[in-house]
Design a protein. Structure first.
Length: 116
């Protein structure tokens, strides 16, 4: 289980930092309106942030799925990751709390798997 935990942590670092381009990090916040070239004519610019946030969370979920082949864990990761990042974007938690919560989610996954 420790090997899987390390893999999950390494995958998180890759997905959360390396695979999150500046554009995604910027526009996943509801407080950052997208640039005009991202918005098709007639679309509400305030609704675009959710696509960037979910895409980022799905990348993290894909990393979990690639390592575990456990679909429920990937879906949980998508929702948990999106919620944590949303809280950070709303300035309700700091980047340190954000990363701690992501680490704790991986610990919880390992604890659940060890009981199955």
């Amino acid at each position: 289980m420790f090997d899987l935990f390390l893999k999950l942590i390494f995958a998180h670092a890759i997905a959360d930092f390396l695979l999150q381009p500046d554009k995604m990090a910027k526009y996943k916040s509801s407080h950052t309106p997208p640039s005009k070239n991202l918005i098709p004519k007639g679309e509400d610019p305030q609704s675009f942030w959710i696509h960037f946030l979910l895409a980022h969370a799905m990348i993290n979920g894909a990393a979990i799925y690639a390592l575990t082949s456990i679909a429920w864990m990937a879906f949980v990761e998508i929702f948990v990751h999106a919620y944590i990042d949303y809280q950070k974007c709303e300035s309700k938690i700091s980047i340190h709390q954000d990363q701690l919560l992501h680490l704790l989610s991986k610990i919880i996954y390992i604890l659940i798997l060890s009981q199955l």
